[in-house]
Ligand binder design. Structure first.
Ligand code: R1P
Ligand code: GUN
Length: 277
């Protein structure tokens, strides 16, 4: 059955009745190998993705696909543990379901994290990149067809896709914590094969800083919903040709798990600041 805006709206209505009755302001999405928690907050609820999304959920590698609900200073924070990728066979509309659902549940700020490969040799694995922009090289857009007509604007502006104030705040907090961090451009490719070395050189020449197979569809849909977006890439590896050994998803998951403490700390501080604002 086709996944329609009506189906998502109906699911959001049902979820609103199930979720604790706190105003939600923030949603966070965890990337590959990244287990996110909010150490200073209370987790009030956890739902499996098949209870959350009105389409069949299958095979999310490196994720326990759940939505958790946290209380921070009397407000709700949604955490999506796992995302949908085009290369898994999900449609662009399904990939974009996370930010759209978050928006329907009342969220105004959407923070996404991802595991990504470094396109430049100066960006070491383990470091963080605050996304300033992206290249959508996935040959898809979540606004094609009826989802684009679902709400205004039909032609969303993407000049400030990644919110300038949130970028500044994230950079400041990461630097204060002593993390290696810089701003960069996310090159979003389809996957699931990793790049060839020639493709990595091309992506770097196009202006990419990191490369991954997610993020761009979500960001387009989030902006269409009017959400403020912050994107954080955890560099898990050097991209092909810069790396001295072959790439594997296991390595990505391992590196994600090793460095996730940084994201947990940064997100915890960001959440406290944003919820209080
Ligand atoms: O972007 P996330 O979901 O963090 O995952 C990244 O890691 C996987 C490849 O190892 C791809 O899915 C890529 O996009
Ligand atoms: N496409 C792509 N996705 C990734 N996710 C984590 N590392 C990589 C990478 O090197 N390339």
């Amino acid at each position: 059955m086709e996944f329609t805006p009506r189906a998502l709206e109906e699911r959001a209505r049902v979820l609103k009745e199930q979720l604790p009755s706190l105003p939600v302001s923030l949603a966070v999405v965890a990337g590959s190998g990244i287990e996110l928690v909010l150490p200073e907050a209370r987790k009030l609820l956890e739902l499996a993705y098949h209870q959350v999304f009105p389409f069949p959920v299958h095979g999310l590698i490196g994720h326990t696909p759940t939505l958790s609900f946290w209380e921070v200073q009397g407000r709700g924070v949604l955490m999506f543990h796992g995302r949908f990728h085009l290369y898994q066979g999900y449609s662009a509309a399904e990939v974009a379901a996370i930010p759209r659902l978050a928006g329907l549940l009342g969220v105004s700020t959407y923070i996404l994290t991802n595991a990504a490969g470094a396109l430049v040799p100066t960006l070491e694995p383990g470091s963080l990149v605050v996304l300033a922009d992206h290249l959508n090289l996935q040959g898809a857009n979540p606004l094609v067809g009826e989802w684009g007509r679902w709400r205004e604007p039909v032609f969303p502006d993407m000049t400030h896709a990644y919110d300038p104030d949130l970028r500044k705040l994230a950079l400041e907090l990461a630097r204060q914590a002593g993390f290696a961090v810089q701003e960069g451009v996310y090159a979003g490719v389809l996957g699931p094969s990793y790049e060839t070395p020639a493709e990595v050189r091309m992506l770097a020449q196009l202006g990419g800083t990191v490369v991954g197979m997610s993020t761009v569809q979500e960001v387009i849909a989030a902006r269409h919903m009017g959400l403020r977006v912050l994107g954080l890439s955890l560099v898990t590896n050097y991209a092909a040709g810069i790396a001295t050994r072959p790439l594997s998803h296991e390595e990505v998951l391992e590196a994600g798990a090793k460095a996730q403490g940084k994201l947990v700390k940064l997100l915890s501080e960001l959440t406290t600041k944003l919820v209080a604002a």
